[in-house]
Design a protein. Structure first.
Length: 131
């Protein structure tokens, strides 16, 4: 029997200026006396907070010299971002918000019978809630 647990932590990118994504790099350039200047009234932001835990367990069984494997995962994600349209005055601001939670589980058997048949069967469960 062997088992493993992996936990991944939070990633934060708060109040980043327009350089963080391609859409945030959209700017309007105004020509004034042969001079180009950047015009943007709101730098926007992106905030991401996620947590994830994964567990894998393998149990050797005598039936077909096989292995029963279980892989389980739980994850939460919060994402909030705002993007300015780049116009000199506020025309449109783009805002997205996602609050997501998911659970998945896989139960699998893999074995070999009569030196001719490799068999893998299993079940998979997935559920998520988001708004």
């Amino acid at each position: 029997m062997s088992s493993a647990l992996a936990v991944t932590g939070a990633a934060h990118a708060e109040d980043q200026a327009a350089s963080s994504s391609l859409l945030n790099d959209i700017v309007v350039t105004a020509q004034k006396k042969n001079r180009a200047e950047r015009v943007q009234d709101d730098p926007g932001y992106t905030r991401i907070d996620w947590k994830s835990a994964t567990s894998e367990t393998n149990i050797d069984v005598g039936l077909g010299d096989g292995v029963i494997t279980n892989v389980a995962n739980y994850r939460t994600l919060l994402q909030d971002s705002k993007l300015d349209d780049g116009a000199p005055v506020q025309v449109i601001d783009f805002r997205t918000y996602l609050d997501q939670e998911q659970v998945s589980d896989e139960l699998r058997y893999a074995g070999r019978f009569w030196d001719k048949l490799d068999l893998t069967v299993g079940l998979f469960y997935f559920n998520q809630n988001y708004q």
